[in-house]
Write a protein that binds this ligand. Sequence first.
Ligand code: ZN
Length: 95
Amino acid sequence: MVGAAWSGLDSQLVEPQRTCIGCRQRGDKSGLLRLVWSAAEGAVLVDAAGRLPGRGCYLHPSCAAVALQRRAVGRALKVGVDPEQVALALAELTV
Ligand SMILES: [Zn+2]
């Protein structure tokens, strides 16, 4: 009943789009992984719930290797990240 008012809306308008730092393609936010720089921890965190504060960037899980190779995470977050720490954080999800 309530949903009828929304039936004319394209679902693309509802799903936010983000750019992947690995392949530079835009995609649904829900299909991308959010990475956040935590100044408190001095580390890049994987924001699984999408709720961590701070500067974030988005990445397809399948683009993790490309992003690491290109050091795209540090550039996107504008901080001097430790590539090994980022690799470790990403490795946990790509098992
Ligand atoms: Zn990608």
